[in-house]
Design a protein around this ligand. Structure first.
Ligand SMILES: [Zn+2]
Ligand SMILES: [Zn+2]
Length: 200
């Protein structure tokens, strides 16, 4: 059973009630369980999510972040932009990973729901009545893992974290602090990407 507080926290973080976010939450939780690890405190986990930039069910990623502790702030999550609902969670220290994808049978039913029909008409998730969305969330929270997901065996995955930079400079154009990867040299001056005119 998923902790009710975790779901509440996830809905608060996410901003509205929808089915895709809780699916991400459950996908992240089952990935942790299969790897036998806890939610990431720092970068001991890395997650690839296979969602894209503009499609129904992208909200999945917020559930994944809440469940796994792989977050955009810590930069231990990355979108692959395959426009699919799946994730690969990597235990960086043990070099093991698992892939969890939505069960197509379950996803097909979800995509035929009243909720998705209303969303496709341009109705915002927060304007969809609780009688429509609440039972969907309830159902997702109560289904067995194998109804919701296809879950791979645990496999080997050697992943190297990037080292976070602590070296910084003051941009000689705008005076703002820039970490080393963002510094460009132009006419002998150390400049940020913006001041160097390299931001397109
Ligand atoms: Zn959502
Ligand atoms: Zn600058």
């Amino acid at each position: 059973m998923v902790d009710k507080n975790l779901l509440d926290m996830a809905i608060k973080f996410h901003g509205h009630k929808c089915p895709a976010m809780p699916l991400g939450l459950r996908a992240g939780l089952v990935a942790l369980e299969r790897l036998g690890i806890e939610r990431a405190k720092n970068k001991e986990l890395f997650c690839f999510v296979e969602t894209g930039y503009a499609h129904a069910t992208m909200c999945f990623v917020d559930g994944v972040q809440i469940a796994t502790g792989c977050t955009y702030g810590k930069s231990n999550i990355e979108k692959l932009n395959y426009s699919k609902n799946a994730l690969i969670l990597i235990d960086v220290r043990k070099k093991k990973a698992v892939r969890v994808s939505l069960n197509p049978e379950f996803q097909k039913k979800g995509l035929q729901s009243e909720f998705v029909r209303l969303r496709a008409q341009g109705i915002e998730p927060q304007d969809i009545r609780p009688e429509i969305v609440d039972p969907l969330i309830e159902n997702i929270m109560n289904q067995p893992d194998d109804v919701l997901f296809k879950i791979s065996d645990v496999f080997d995955y050697d992943f190297k974290n990037k080292k976070g930079a602590f070296e910084w400079y003051e941009c000689e154009g705008c005076g703002e602090i820039v970490f080393v990867h963002g510094i460009r040299i132009k006419n002998g001056k150390k400049l940020c990407i913006k001041c160097a005119g390299y931001d397109g």
